[in-house]
Design a protein around this ligand. Structure first.
Ligand code: ATP
Ligand code: MG
Length: 343
């Protein structure tokens, strides 16, 4: 590959929700379409990252395929040769490079990762795996194998990008020019702009973000929710006792979240939506408007998803995986040679 590379992935550990869709998938697809002239765009399904936290393994294979189908239903152009859609575990070099990089990574460095501290704090002692601990090194491999320059990183991932850069520089300093060092966090932000900032909140507890791995799912609208169930979730969303629709994240986070959701569904600016319903007193009326819109969106999306041609998706995955194995193995060979495993 001669063009610079943009790389991004969404974990397939559960059903996707509207936060993933509007906050990640749509911006990714939009970015891929806009940038694919100048860049190779690697969209991968990090299936090896799926079980760093406990999951239902019986559902994993289907969720991986579903992830690819959702991208397609959301408008990813499968016929664009500069956009690569692939499953991490179908490119074995990811695992191989992780094993190698592990030996150049300090235990102390990894123990400082706040994601690990946060995620492990929520798990029982016997659920905290070495896989969870090591996940940033696998992520570094995901990035370095493809000579990636740009990776959209949320706040929770900036430390992992920094460790990736450290590892690349460490190896390059010692063994010569092996890896492309990805752009700094600051340059990533400048490159991707503000589009990554959006966060849909949980409907029951609007102080936290909507999240796939939420235990009850009551505050989460999944893309495959029955539309009428989604309506109920909206109608019982937590609000406040101010009896006035206003856009104010601080004092009215629940209502503000509903305004944000409505704005996304309508493709409008939230402030314009807020202006339209400013001061409306009956939250039930406002919720009904949001609920109707959600029902319409889900009905339409689920229809599109049903019509996705599975054989086309599989063909795209397989052709991308062939191409990606070639690139990844070339990088892998460079480091294998440098560290003495190959002649
Ligand atoms: P998990 O609970 O497994 O961490 P998640 O719902 O947080 O799941 P991720 O797989 O961590 O989802 O993130 C996938 C992508 O979706 C990321 O780009 C992330 O920024 C985006 N995303 C996740 N939750 C939201 C949300 N509530 N609003 C907007 N974007 C979101
Ligand atoms: Mg998450």
């Amino acid at each position: 590959m001669t063009k610079p590379v943009i790389l991004t992935g969404i974990r397939a550990n559960n059903d996707l929700h509207i936060g993933n869709y509007f906050g990640a998938m749509l911006p990714i697809i939009d970015m891929a379409k806009r940038r694919s002239e100048e860049f190779d765009v690697n969209l991968f399904i990090p299936d090896l990252h799926s079980f760093t936290t406990p999951i239902n393994h019986n559902e994993l294979f289907d969720s991986i395929m579903n992830n690819a189908r959702v991208y397609t239903a959301a408008g990813l152009p499968l016929d664009n040769p500069a956009i690569h859609l692939y499953r991490q575990s179908y490119v074995p070099a990811h695992s191989e490079l992780t094993v190698l990089l592990n030996n150049f990574t300090g235990f102390g460095e990894m123990a400082r990762m706040t994601q690990f501290k946060d995620k492990s704090a929520k798990l029982g002692d016997n659920q905290i795996s070495v896989g969870l601990f090591d996940y940033p090194v696998l992520m570094a491999s995901d990035i370095l194998l493809y000579n990636t320059t740009y990776v959209p990183v949320g706040d929770d991932q900036t430390q992992h990008l920094e460790i990736t850069r450290d590892l690349a520089e460490r190896i390059n300093n010692r063994f010569g020019d092996i890896f492309t060092v990805p752009a700094s966090v600051k340059d990533q932000h400048a490159f991707f702009g503000k589009e990554q900032g959006l966060r849909i909140k949980d409907l029951v507890d609007p102080s936290k973000k909507m999240s796939k791995s939420d235990e009850t799912g009551k505050g989460v609208i999944f893309l495959n929710d029955d539309p009428e169930l989604a309506r109920k979730k909206i109608m019982s969303a937590t609000t406040d006792n101010k009896a006035s629709v206003n856009y104010d994240k601080e004092t009215q986070p629940g209502i503000t979240n509903l305004i944000d959701i409505l704005a996304l569904l309508r493709g409008m600016d939230p402030h314009d939506v807020a202006a339209e319903y400013q001061g409306m007193e009956r939250y039930g009326d406002f919720k009904k408007i949001v609920a109707d819109e959600i029902v319409g969106f889900l009905t339409d999306f689920q229809e599109r998803l049903k019509n996705v041609d599975d054989s086309q998706v599989l063909a795209k995955l397989e052709s991308s995986e062939r191409a990606m194995n070639e690139v990844a193995n070339t990088t892998l060979f460079r480091i294998q040679k440098a560290i003495g495993l190959r002649k």
